[in-house]
Design a protein around this ligand. Structure first.
Ligand code: ADP
Ligand code: DP6
Ligand code: CO
Length: 324
């Protein structure tokens, strides 16, 4: 207690998506999911529990936060305080080296870093499985950012059985992710709200649950077999299925914008030219392109030529949680 702890967590992008909860309070998902942790994007969070404070205070990217993000953080810290048997409020300083709330998984790195820093600052010594369970309570995708490389979040049934574990932390496949940021501003419909609406109103939701289980098995095979093409095809297919839930919700909504579709078209054109490029999209208009090192520069150039205002960054597999 009474020491400041800093943790770093990297973001992860799901290849098999999480899109819906069977228990909203505990964040138990309807499906298991599988992701790749990225080296390029991360969050550094410092937590200090201070008996003198009258409430939690959050500084995110050098700005004092007073809105829902503070409430979410405070509710999360209540869990940590309960586990550690302490009452003190905390000072939290966090820097996102990733756009916040733009569909690039800031909630994943954000809550994984917060889970690691706050639990240690509160005097707890959690193993990675328990850290994953804790991070999950802040944001589901954060459960996967405890680990590096390919990670599976086992849906489970309750708080004890829903956690992530590493499938392959030291990735052997030649795989990269180009992030194409068309719009880095915060989304209008948060992931939490979007998935809730899809589960409640899309007639295809049950089909999604069934198909996602099939995709997950095939994805694990692709990883074991170092089969890049199978991985890419499955990831793109699974992402489009997820977004179809939003198109078929009532009322319908989408995270895509016009350029999202233009980039999907460009990726198809590249494939017709023999370049292996596959797309995945999360709760935002920005596209992540899965590629291999020999093709990455060609793909990056094609994007820049066609979308001059897009910011393209090349990410590789990244590590799990660390303390600074
Ligand atoms: P994203 O696509 O970036 O994951 P979400 O809608 O899932 O977007 O989550 C964004 C929310 O996550 C923010 O509004 C905030 O509440 C929370 N968040 C993001 N980064 C942090 C952080 N570093 N510390 C605490 N909370 C964070
Ligand atoms: C589309 O983990 O951000 O990125 O659990 O409500 O915080 P909450 O949602 P979040 O959802 C992520 C959705 C996704 C797919 C994925 O990362 O699996
Ligand atoms: Co998120």
């Amino acid at each position: 207690m009474n020491k400041a702890v800093t943790a770093r967590a990297h973001t992860n992008i799901a290849l098999i998506k999480y899109w819906g909860k069977k228990n909203s309070e505990l964040i138990i998902p309807t499906t298991s999911s599988l992701s790749l942790t990225l080296d390029k994007f991360y969050t550094d969070t410092t937590v200090f529990f201070d008996d003198q404070l009258e409430q939690d205070e959050l500084f995110l990217n050098n700005t004092m936060i007073k809105n829902k993000a503070l409430t979410k953080t405070s509710e999360f810290l209540d869990l940590v305080r309960q586990m550690a048997g302490i009452k003190a409020y905390a000072n939290i300083t966090s820097v996102n080296h990733v756009p916040t709330a733009a569909g690039l998984a800031s909630s994943a790195s954000g809550f994984a870093a917060l889970a690691a820093a706050s639990s240690k600052a509160a005097g707890l010594d959690l193993n990675r499985k328990d850290l994953s369970r804790l991070a999950r309570r802040g944001s589901g995708s954060a459960s996967r950012s405890i680990f590096g490389g390919f990670t599976e979040w086992i849906a489970g049934e309750d708080d004890l059985t829903s956690y992530a574990h590493p499938i392959q932390e030291n990735v052997t496949m030649d795989i990269q992710m180009l992030t194409v940021v068309l719009d880095g501003s915060p989304k209008k419909i948060g992931s939490r709200q979007g998935m809730q609406h899809a589960i409640a109103t899309s007639p295809f939701y049950d089909t999604w649950v069934a198909e996602s289980a099939v995709d997950l098995v095939a994805m694990k095979h692709a990883i074991t077999n170092n089969d890049f093409q199978a991985l890419g095809e499955l990831a793109e297919h699974n992402a489009l299925q997820m977004h179809s839930l939003n198109f078929t919700a009532k009322p319908a909504f989408t995270y895509f914008n016009g350029d999202t579709l233009n980039i999907l078209n460009l990726i198809q054109d590249l494939r017709h030219q023999g370049i292996q490029a596959y797309a995945t999209m999360d709760a935002g208009p920005n596209v992540k392109i899965i590629s291999q090192s020999a093709d990455t520069q060609i793909i990056s150039n094609a994007i820049k030529n066609n979308f001059p205002s897009a910011l393209v960054e090349i990410a590789k597999p990244g590590p799990g949680i660390s303390y600074l």
